[in-house]
Design a protein around this ligand. Sequence first.
Ligand code: B12
Ligand code: SF4
Length: 475
Amino acid sequence: MIMKIKKVSLVLPNVNWVKDEFNPITIRYIFPYSLISLAASLNKYYEVKIIDANFYNFSPDEFLKIISGFSPQVVGINCLTTEFSYLAHFCCKLVKREFGDKIVTIMGGYHPSLLPEEVLKDKNVDFVIIGEGEKRLPSLLKIIEKGDNNFDEIDGVAFRSNDGEIIIKKINSYIKNLDEIEFPAWGSIDFQRYTNFQDKFIFFSPKKLPHAQLFTSRGCPYNCSFCSKDAIGRYRFKSANRVLEEINQLVNEWNIKDILFIDDNLTANKERTIQLLKGIINMKFNITWQPMGIAVNTLDKHLLELMKESGCYRLTLALESGNNFVLKHLLNKQLTVEKSIEVVKLAKELQFEVCGFFLIGFPGETKQQIEETVKFAEDLDLDYTIFSIATPFPGTKLLEICKKNGYLIQEPSEVNFRGMRKGLIKTSEFDPEYLETMRKESWLNINFKNLSKKKRVSKIVNASLEEIDDWIKSV
Ligand code: B12
Ligand code: SF4
């Protein structure tokens, strides 16, 4: 393949293109951070257009019309192992059906990074980028332009050879210094429309507008059995100064007042966290902020006080289980129930809004332990309690265990990962129906058991009490 590349479209598919009982409310606000970061590394060489089909709720026809109007030579699609993988393949199919070989399709993100071969079985996908895309995507585009099929200089790419064989070049390098990555290309989307948009029914709804998302590290030093964090590479972080520069730009150039940190583990490196928080305080940004989720074992009184002083208002704690055996042996989590209780108490004293993530349904977990988790979650009396069903994502220890022991009711595939609301694991102790009922009932009983609880949830998820009632009915 040889072609002159002038224009590249980067696409986030529309979650509304799949809707079923496990996906009743679709999230509108999926900030296309990956695409903004990729656009920053491509802008120098190509005209880049981000098409966020989700935010604008484009129909497949509208999506194709935009592609047709822009006429890119390359369409790159972001893809997670959730409904997104189905959607990403669907996007490639639309593009190939309409434009054939005039457009090269490239998939990137967690799912194709974990399962490049499976993804490339779909002939509508020309290339997969494995791992981080900021350096690989420009390199791949150069190779496509040259047309000599010489992939010697690049790792983390998968493609079909001329005779149709799937070739996978694994990752053997990472961006060592994240400070080298370009600043996010905020101007590559209608940024103000996003920063002033406030979604409902999400636990990370901002306190103030305009708001933005920031990524300050990649990966995580821990190894929880259910987590996909390894697809993109080992744990690395931007320096506190670099993050402060990014915040400064957001505050001064875009008037941002609230930030959501979307790191896997924002506080994993204590020293950097302290430098960052002190910087936010000293530079008087006057922002409010929240992490998307936070590893509880990294928190202590001093850090929580600094977080509060620097404008953090909500902690969504990854508490996961109310049983130490489950935490240690089934989740491989660096956390104890005692630490969770201590952190929740401190967080409440410091007047954070406190939410919690819980997971049920691990192989080896007993119904009694699941019930303990539910009781624990209830007793903690959080502002909002979120239950997920343990989901065997590719690349996780959990999937290995399930496969080895025949615990899967069906082969996990793009159509049956449903935002961790669908049970896929059956053991001698529980089945998917039990988990789905338990998840739903616990969520309902704990969060909405009386008016005062409902009011607390309504504050977190930015919805009125009437909207909450409709929400409950729809779930
Ligand atoms: C923000 C976020 C969300 C957002 C938006 C997701 C999105 N589309 O990005 C929301 C809140 C909607 C969300 C929801 C969920 N999420 Co989430 N989320 C994240 C989080 C914290 C950050 C994503 C991000 O922006 N990263 C920053 C960018 C720069 O990194 P990146 O996306 O990986 O992109 C890089 C590469 O992958 C690559 N790349 C990405 N796209 C493309 C495209 C092309 C063309 C190319 C070449 C390269 C490329 O280059 C990029 C730059 O280096 C990640 C954790 C993480 N560390 O990424 C989890 C994560 C993506 N989420 C995860 C999960 C499990 C979920 C949920 C199922 C949770 C739940 N209980 O409901 C839901 C599913 C939602 C759905 N409907 O499908 C898992 C995904 C596992 C998997 N195998 O897919 C992750 C990895 C968390 C984890 N550690 O396990 N999530
Ligand atoms: S602490 Fe969080 S990000 Fe790290 S491995 Fe565990 S679940 Fe994944």
